[in-house]
Ligand binder design. Structure first.
Ligand code: SAM
Length: 276
């Protein structure tokens, strides 16, 4: 079983919110407002950034009266986006204490306190009551979790009957193991990609009905390649999720793109429902 502390150590760095807000002020000006839109280049920690968040939110369709759970909420980019754009309340849960602290500071800075709450905790033991949420969201998290069935069972428990879960998962490709390091792991020790068939089987074993299940690799590849070429040509932008990754950010982002381009990794978007 993976040591969760090792995953948290991979992501955890001190002073994240201060560093991001300083970068934002430097680029946008000292008095520029801190909004989910302004933060978007920095706080959606997954491939294709806020565009990918918008796609997954469009699949989930959170309604203003709904309670939303974001599992593996990172520094809170998607959670703030959902609260601001859909008008609902969002609870994020994340394993990495430094990410939770940064998420809270950015929620405060964006004036979203009371609308977005962040809880320290594991996706395998969610610190939330049974049947408390109308819908749940998890974007680029499960690749760090070995016990995927355990994660899906916890999401199932947290949802009300009829509740939906939207997932954007990185899955294993057909063309061999991924190249490391990547943004989510420096080595295979904390990376667990499974086939799309295994993902589907785990979701069904947890009790979910599959509403939609889509391999999005072909659709996303042109953007992935464009972003890789820009990174190779121009280097790191002034604002980007590389600010969360430290010195190896460029190499890790390039490997991530190449893994997709070479068929070593695939992206899947799924919407599933708890019966009832
Ligand atoms: C690549 S980041 C994605 C963050 C966020 N979902 C986003 O898209 O901006 C992966 C996140 O998953 C979290 N994570 C990994 N394993 C976890 C677990 N077992 N329970 C909760 N969070 C976990 C990490 O701490 C990290 O914040």
């Amino acid at each position: 079983m993976v040591d969760e502390a090792r995953v948290a150590r991979h992501y955890g760095k001190s002073g994240i919110a201060d560093r991001l807000l300083a970068a934002l002020r430097e680029v946008n000006g000292a008095d520029a407002p801190v909004t989910p839109d302004a933060l978007a280049p920095l706080d959606h920690f997954h491939g294709r950034g806020v565009v990918a968040t918008e796609e997954l939110v469009a699949a989930l369709k959170p309604q203003p009266h709904e309670a939303v759970l974001d599992i593996g909420s990172g520094i809170g980019g998607p959670a703030r986006w959902i609260a601001a754009k859909c008008g609902c309340r969002v609870t994020g849960v994340d394993l990495t204490p430094e990410f939770c602290a940064a998420a809270r500071a950015l929620i405060e800075a964006a004036g979203l306190a009371g609308r977005v709450t962040i809880l320290d905790g594991s996706a395998l033991a969610l610190p939330v009551p049974d049947a408390a949420f109308d819908c749940a969201y998890s974007q680029n998290v499960v690749m760090n979790i070995e016990d995927k069935l355990g994660m899906y069972r916890e999401a199932f428990r947290a949802l009300k009957p009829g509740g939906r879960l939207a997932l954007s998962n990185l899955c294993a490709g057909a063309k061999g193991d991924v190249r490391y390091p990547v943004p989510w792991a420096m080595t295979a020790e904390t990376s667990f990609l499974v086939t799309q068939e295994a993902m589907r089987a785990d979701l069904e074993a947890a009790g979910f009905e599959i509403v939609s299940f889509r391999d999005t690799t072909a659709d996303t590849l042109p953007t992935v390649t464009r972003n890789r070429e820009r990174l190779e040509r121009d280097g790191l932008p002034r604002l980007g999720v590389h600010l969360l990754m430290g010195e190896t950010a460029r190499e890790r982002q390039l490997n991530s793109a190449r893994n997709m381009e070479e068929g070593r990794a695939a992206t899947v978007e799924a919407l599933v429902r708890k019966p009832g």
